[in-house]
Ligand binder design. Structure first.
Ligand SMILES: *[C@@H]1O[C@H](CO)[C@@H](O)[C@H](O)[C@H]1NC(C)=O
Ligand SMILES: *[C@@H]1O[C@H](CO)[C@@H](O)[C@H](O)[C@H]1NC(C)=O
Length: 229
């Protein structure tokens, strides 16, 4: 009787193991339909991006390659050349000179930094809340990590978006030497808008403003000179 039960249990185990193995084998050989999007290429591992600029998600691209890619894009080059046109006017006025130290505040990805560097300026610093090395380092425009009077010229196109415009302007003035320049670009506006910006620069004298085009935007360029005394 005992033996009979034993044999029966053995048989049950054997059948269970066989069924389980076959089931596993079945699932193993089955391609789960839900894991592959319907329009996926047949062999995803054989699909290569067309170029390194391919926009499909990618885990890691070394910085020099990423920059080479960004800097050769059409939109990048267009913006840099627009900045070059913009700065050429200042350059012709004699400021900045090749040896001038220029600070670009809220420089974004660094278009203006590259433009000034290509124009022959040897000492251009770009800062932004998010760094874009090697053109732009990370710093808070409201609390610049530079000595008083460290620069000859400070430029920004993002003063109106500042959280504390007064402090932002104050930091530009502080880091520019006495007799240096603060250049601000804002959306095109009349005298009132210009006065509003100039009022933020309490230790500077208004030199002039003009309406120009920058990156396809109509803007007003405001130039101020920091007071000597
Ligand atoms: C400034 O640098 C540019 C580009 O290197 C050069 O063409 C230009 O002659 C320089 N200007 C002066 C005044 O040295
Ligand atoms: C710039 O354009 C605005 C109108 O868009 C005008 O009110 C202002 O006078 C212009 N400024 C200069 C310096 O031409």
């Amino acid at each position: 009787m005992e033996r009979h039960v034993q044999r029966f249990l053995n048989k049950v185990s054997f059948v269970s193991i066989t069924v389980a193995t076959l089931t596993l084998l079945f699932f193993f050989l089955q391609t789960p339909k839900t894991c592959i999007p319907p329009n996926a290429p047949q062999k995803p591992h054989l699909r290569f991006p067309k170029s390194i600029c391919d926009s499909s998600p990618r885990h890691y691209l070394p910085l020099p390659k990423k920059n080479a890619c960004l800097w050769s894009s059409k939109s990048w080059m267009t913006q840099v050349s627009s900045f070059t046109q913009f700065f050429t006017y200042l350059y012709q006025m004699g400021l900045p000179k090749n040896h001038s130290k220029v600070l670009c505040v809220s420089a974004g990805a660094g278009h203006e930094v590259m433009s000034l560097t290509k124009m022959g300026l040897e000492d251009v610093t770009g800062i932004e809340l998010i760094e874009s090395l090697p053109l732009v380092s990370r710093a808070d425009p409201h609390n610049l990590p530079f000595f008083d009077g460290a620069f000859d010229v400070a430029f920004t196109g993002h003063l109106p978006e500042a959280l504390y415009p007064m402090q932002y302007a104050g930091e530009m003035e502080r880091t520019v030497r006495k007799g240096g320049m603060c250049v601000v670009v804002v959306d095109e506006g009349g005298d009132e808008e210009v006065k509003e910006i100039v009022r933020l620069f309490r230790r500077s004298r208004f030199l002039g403003s003009s309406n120009v085009t920058l990156n396809g935007r109509k803007v007003t360029r405001i130039i101020m000179r920091t007071k000597v005394s």
